[in-house]
Design a protein around this ligand. Structure first.
Ligand code: ATP
Ligand code: MG
Length: 428
């Protein structure tokens, strides 16, 4: 183990919090996770709850999911649980499934010896493979933040803390284990994770963990667009998107993820900012109230003003509106794909939302009725409603569509008449 790199920052002897010294009770752990923990233990293996599960329970929060670490090798885990399968190349893990619940089980790993030729570390210091198995004592040091490196041991229900994670939970701080620059080089995604946890928990990032970020942002360019996309999903769809956005923006990470937002014209910047904030707040609100969110919606919001810049240029060059929109959408999404591998079903929704914006102003009886039937009508309408006011989309128009959607057929006829009269009056 490269002890010179990681151990120096932590305590070598763990603090062990026995059952009576912490608040985690088995009642708060899902049956599925308990079955995995006991299943491993009964077969003679060490089994601990780790990561977000322990962290969130110690904070009195409900964990999103339960991660388990053990000294059983993946093949053994596969043998013990018939309902499991092995996944991952970079990290070889077992997924154990109980109905809809998926428990991730990882074998303890040790850190890499940088000098060893087979270390699986790139020239920039990035970890490419991470499959050197180890003990719990070694596993601690390859975890990212102190608050994520606590182990709840099913043998005696104790919480094992090698890194001062319990203290940092109490203080509300996000702190990398080891030397921040080294840890960010090993895996630049940790920069995004720091911000995600800070926003989620309302914690502060310690100065030593925060200060190297601005100068290391470029390292994220080495991360595959597929992984970055997954990470942005976690950033913006967990109920604290606005806080995440503000923190990302502050350090320059948002512009790395959405480069075209860095080129919005000054005259539009205020509109863009207000629009984005409203959308983020809305998303958080929906998640808080257990309403569904389509990830494509926020993407369509982030890229709207950048797209419009290109659109205006195309109109200026003499293209008609439809072509200009098609060209601009194409360009902006192609550019975005170099950073984030947004699945096609989402980019299609983004295009649909944008394209439908122009169709709201045509309210002839036939077209209005047809628009209601379009699959992405609701998302496009929500987008229009967000634009209203700030983006000069008319509040009256939104209001009309709000009524039209929920009206019965009599009321619809009346609303369509109303449009006809207004238009006739305007023509006079
Ligand atoms: P969440 O609430 O989002 O699930 P989590 O802390 O459980 O948060 P996971 O991505 O589920 O995060 O990872 C589980 C644990 O694995 C983490 O708590 C951390 O100990 C370790 N881990 C995950 N990703 C990394 C990484 N990139 N570098 C180091 N350790 C990591
Ligand atoms: Mg987790």
């Amino acid at each position: 183990m490269n002890s010179s790199l990681h151990v120096s920052d932590g305590l070598k002897q763990p603090i062990v919090y026995s059952r009576k010294d912490h608040i985690i009770s088995r009642k708060q752990i899902s049956n599925a996770a308990l079955r995995v923990l006991y299943g491993l233990n009964d077969n003679g293996y060490r089994a601990c709850l780790v990561g977000g599960g322990v962290r969130d329970l110690l904070l009195g929060r409900a964990p999103k999911d339960f991660d388990i670490a053990t000294d059983a090798r993946p093949e053994k885990i596969r043998e013990i649980f018939k309902n499991s399968r092995l996944i991952g190349r970079r990290f070889r893990l077992a997924h154990v499934r109980f109905g809809r619940e998926l428990i991730e089980v990882a074998t303890f790993r040790s850190s890499h010896e940088i000098s060893s030729p087979d270390a699986g570390i790139s020239q920039q210091g990035q970890i490419l493979r991470d499959n050197v198995y180890g003990t719990l004592e070694e596993d601690v040091w390859r975890r990212d933040f102190t608050i994520n490196a606590l182990y709840y041991d099913i043998r005696d229900f104790s919480v094992i803390d090698y890194v001062g994670g319990v203290g940092d939970l109490r203080q509300g701080v996000i702190k990398l284990i080891g030397k921040p620059v080294v840890r960010y080089r090993e895996d630049p995604v940790r920069m995004l994770r720091a911000i995600r946890f800070a926003a989620k928990l309302g914690f502060n990032i310690t100065r030593s963990t925060m200060s190297p970020i601005p100068s290391l942002i470029h390292l994220l360019n080495e991360i595959s667009p597929a992984r970055l996309f997954d990470e942005t999903m976690k950033l913006f769809n967990a109920g604290h998107a606005l806080a995440v956005y503000e923190r990302l923006f502050e350090v320059g990470l948002f512009t790395l993820l959405y480069p075209s937002t860095g080129r919005i014209q000054n005259s539009e910047l205020d509109y863009h900012n207000k629009f984005v904030r409203k959308a983020l707040l809305n998303t958080d609100h929906r998640i808080l109230h257990d309403k569904s969110v389509n990830p494509a919606f926020l993407i369509s919001v982030f890229l709207w003003y950048p797209m419009k810049t290109i659109y205006s240029a195309e109109i200026h060059r003499g293209k008609n509106r439809k072509d200009a929109l098609r060209i601009a959408s194409e360009k902006i999404l192609r550019e975005q794909a170099r950073v984030l591998a947004i699945p096609r079903r989402f980019t299609q929704t983004v295009r649909d939302i944008w394209e439908l914006q122009a169709r709201f102003s045509n309210r002839s009886p036939k077209r209005a009725a047809r628009l209601l039937e379009v699959p992405k009508f609701r998302a496009a309408y929500d987008f229009l409603a967000l634009r209203a006011g700030d983006d000069r989309a008319s509040l009256k128009l939104v209001d009309w569509w709000t009524r039209f959607q929920s009206a019965d057929s009599e009321e619809r006829k009346r609303l369509l008449q109303e449009v006809k009269h207004t238009e006739m009056r305007r023509k006079k």
